[in-house]
Design a protein around this ligand. Structure first.
Ligand SMILES: Cc1cc2nc3c(=O)[nH]c(=O)nc-3n(C[C@H](O)[C@H](O)[C@H](O)COP(=O)(O)OP(=O)(O)OC[C@H]3O[C@@H](n4cnc5c(N)ncnc54)[C@H](O)[C@@H]3O)c2cc1C
Ligand code: SF4
Length: 336
């Protein structure tokens, strides 16, 4: 077995100096260490980024909020500026994993956690994501957790994050830095569909470090947002389907603006702006919510075992929008 070199740099420049091919950043380690133990990922070097000054949560220049990449998911969820300004994000974070894992998991690591497809974790099986060109054991195999949207003949895996579904609805921006400079990536462009390169989860280049996640201002949605996660048990379970819903409703009951994103259904959080537009200018009623759900799920295709997800997702979208319309629910008291 090859040895792993370990670095603990004090700043981003030093971290990036070590970020050559074969090296991996490590933050909370809650996903990467599991993957290393299962021999799915074997980095030659680990660059521990926990000593970098990237754990702040602070107002951004454009009136939004900047979440540091190494800030923990729990600290982010309970931060007063997140709870009051972005209750959707608080709800999504607290729906993920368990209290212990949220205490370790970082914001940057959450974006880059890998699929939970069981074949990906089982090195005795064929998996195009783990070993390009080897085949996809899930197609024709066990597919209860798999995609109903955006899949390809090479991979039908889904992205497992809850946080990312909220970030998609919020239209977040990912700030990254590499040895050659800095750039910003719109959240809609950050995660990829599998296509013929399922080994690439995101558009991040090798050696790029996530430094911050920027949340645009969203005060207009704070009173009417909901995150609904449907899963097999109440804690420690990934979403079968999840929905992030935000509404801006006028005094006359008419929807002025809307955001919707689905999790657990595709290789990336699933957002269709045309579905959101169907809600605008109409009363916040189940009839209009169902029309938006139809548009959001257009083209959905099951794999047999997971066909139920199409109906489940439709109902979940309507339910989440009803919950958002009724008013944001504070779930910070729940600790599952
Ligand atoms: C039992 C269990 C249940 C879980 N349930 C859920 C759930 O229900 N919902 C959910 O959303 N998540 C769930 N998770 C996943 C958990 O949220 C992720 O493992 C966690 O967010 C990853 O963050 P981390 O800091 O530990 O990442 P790490 O494991 O440290 O890193 C993950 C990846 O990100 C890269 N990375 C980390 N930080 C950066 C950075 N700043 N820049 C560039 N690359 C970086 C690493 O190189 C690695 O490839 C669960 C995990 C476990 C173990
Ligand atoms: S669905 Fe994707 S991750 Fe799962 S076995 Fe197929 S290629 Fe691998």
């Amino acid at each position: 077995m090859n040895p792993i070199t370990y670095f603990r740099p004090a700043d981003a420049s030093e971290a990036l100096a070590h970020a050559d091919v074969g090296a991996r950043f490590i933050a909370g380690g809650t996903n990467l260490v599991d993957l290393m133990k299962e021999f799915v990922m074997r980095p030659a070097a680990l660059i521990d980024i926990n000593g970098l000054p990237l754990d702040a949560i602070a107002p951004g220049a454009n009136g939004g909020l900047l979440l540091g990449a190494t800030a923990r998911n729990a600290d982010t969820a309970y931060h007063p500026l997140v709870r009051t300004g972005y209750p959707l994000l608080t709800a999504a974070l607290l729906a993920g994993a368990s209290p212990q894992i949220r205490n370790m998991a970082s914001n940057g690591g959450n974006l880059l956690q890998r699929t939970r497809c069981h074949y990906f974790y089982d090195v005795a099986t064929q998996c195009n994501k783990r070993q390009p060109g080897s085949g996809c054991s899930a197609i024709g195999g066990l597919t209860r957790q798999h995609a109903i949207l955006g899949a390809s003949e090479h991979c039908i895996a889904v992205h497992p994050s809850d946080m990312c579904v909220a970030l998609a609805a919020l239209g977040a921006i990912v700030h990254v830095r590499s040895a050659s400079g800095e750039r910003q990536i719109d959240f809609a462009d950050f995660h990829r569909l599998p296509g013929d390169q399922p080994e690439r989860d995101t558009t991040l280049a090798a050696g790029e470090l996530i430094t911050h996640i920027e949340l645009p201002p969203a005060a207009q949605f704070a009173a009417h947002s909901a995150y609904l996660k449907i899963r097999d048990r109440a804690s420690y379970a990934f979403a079968l389907v999840s929905v992030a819903a935000m509404l801006d409703i006028g005094d006359d009951g008419v929807v002025r603006d809307a955001r919707l994103a689905l999790g657990g259904v595709a290789h990336k959080p699933w957002r269709v702006p045309a579905a959101e537009a169907l809600l605008v200018g109409h009363p916040a009623t189940a009839e209009h919510f169902a029309r938006a759900a139809d548009a959001l799920l257009a083209g959905a295709q099951g794999q047999g075992e997971n066909d139920f997800k199409i109906t489940l997702a439709h109902r979940a979208v309507v339910r989440a929008l009803e919950q958002a319309a009724a008013g944001t629910h504070d779930n910070t008291g729940s600790n599952t």
